[in-house]
Design a protein around this ligand. Structure first.
Ligand SMILES: Nc1ncnc2c1ncn2[C@@H]1O[C@H](COP(=O)(O)OP(=O)(O)OP(=O)(O)O)[C@@H](O)[C@H]1O
Ligand SMILES: [Mg+2]
Length: 302
């Protein structure tokens, strides 16, 4: 039995056995959770012909403070029509279309890497926003993976401490993905951190057979789930290039007035094996010249 199948079984058992009372913070989503569980139990109610894989916590649940996140400028599921929510609605549309397109046209389309040339251009910020925006969809679930194994920042943005994750699974064959996958208080969002330990052979681990198997299964068996990978800078690390070669889609973040044309060209060269590349023009300024306007629209490069 594969690691993903084991994870699915464990999660299913956990779903059936769960009698935990919701905390105050979970009350707002408890009805949706019940609806989701009964949905999983009754395949007859499947939405648009896709079997939603179970997504209930094995042990750990991460509470995400949505008010705090909203103040940081991040999209939250109940936010309504804010500017940033609208921009990510536009950005995610083509990505979702590709994610569930015919695999003969886009292979592993549900594996989406958020990349950029250099540091600080907004990869992690856009990864979290994209994940949050997709998690607010009725029929899509999201797994956000912190694949910036050298300098992980997803726990910092979402407000929780470092936990076991990707590198731990790749290093320890006994470790099951369900042991480290984190359910969050956002109903359709699960997380996989970069892992507790930094590792000098991170590139080899990401390029290795076990990572390949993990990605294949995430793409095929969990075809109903969008998997977003936050990543290290393409031009500064070899991990990012290795990862890019295995993705179905890549979103390249370009920082307004910062990322040079040369850097964009070099980054595009690094990821040219990917058939679906979109760009986000990030941190563009408002016409007043003072505040961030937010994002340009994503568009298809290839
Ligand atoms: N559109 C935006 N509006 C406002 N702030 C932004 C925006 N995009 C990014 N930032 C801010 O810019 C900083 C750098 O962003 P982020 O950490 O996402 O970059 P990164 O590309 O992931 O960097 P690294 O390569 O170091 O991981 C953060 O403080 C983030 O909050
Ligand atoms: Mg980052």
């Amino acid at each position: 039995m594969s690691i993903i199948e084991k994870a699915a079984n464990k999660l299913r058992k956990s779903a059936n056995a769960s009698t935990k009372q919701p905390s105050t913070n979970e009350i707002s989503t408890s009805k949706e959770k019940q609806a989701q569980l009964s949905h999983d139990d009754k395949p007859a109610k499947i939405i648009i012909n896709q079997t939603l894989s179970p997504l209930v916590p094995e042990t750990d649940q991460v509470f995400i403070d949505l008010d705090k996140l909203s103040k940081l400028g991040v999209v939250t599921p109940d936010q309504g029509k804010t500017q940033i929510a609208e921009q990510f609605r536009v950005i995610k549309r083509p990505l979702l279309t590709n994610a569930f397109a015919d695999p003969k046209i886009i292979k592993k389309g549900n594996l989406i890497m958020v990349a950029s040339s250099l540091t600080g251009e907004g990869k992690s910020f856009c990864s979290v926003n994209l994940a949050m925006s997709i998690a607010s969809e009725l029929d899509h679930r999201v797994l956000l993976i912190d694949a910036d194994v050298a300098r992980p920042s997803i726990p910092g943005i979402l407000g929780f401490g470092q936990k076991k994750g990707l590198l731990d699974i790749l290093l320890d064959k006994k470790l099951d993905i369900s042991d480290v996958m984190l359910q969050t208080s956002v109903d359709k969002l699960t997380l996989l951190t970069a892992g507790e330990e930094r590792h000098s052979h991170a590139t080899e681990l990401l390029a290795g057979h076990r990572m390949g198997l993990l990605l294949d299964e995430l793409a095929q068996r969990y075809h109903d789930r969008v998997v977003i990978f936050d990543s290290p800078p393409l031009l500064l690390t070899s991990e990012a290039r290795v990862l890019a070669a295995r993705m179905g889609q890549i979103v390249l973040v370009v920082e307004a007035e910062q990322t040079t044309q040369q850097a964009v060209k070099e980054a595009l060269k690094q990821i040219e094996s990917c058939t679906s590349i979109n760009l986000i023009y990030n941190k563009a300024r408002a016409f007043s010249g003072k505040e961030y306007y937010g994002y340009g629209y994503g568009y298809n490069y290839s």
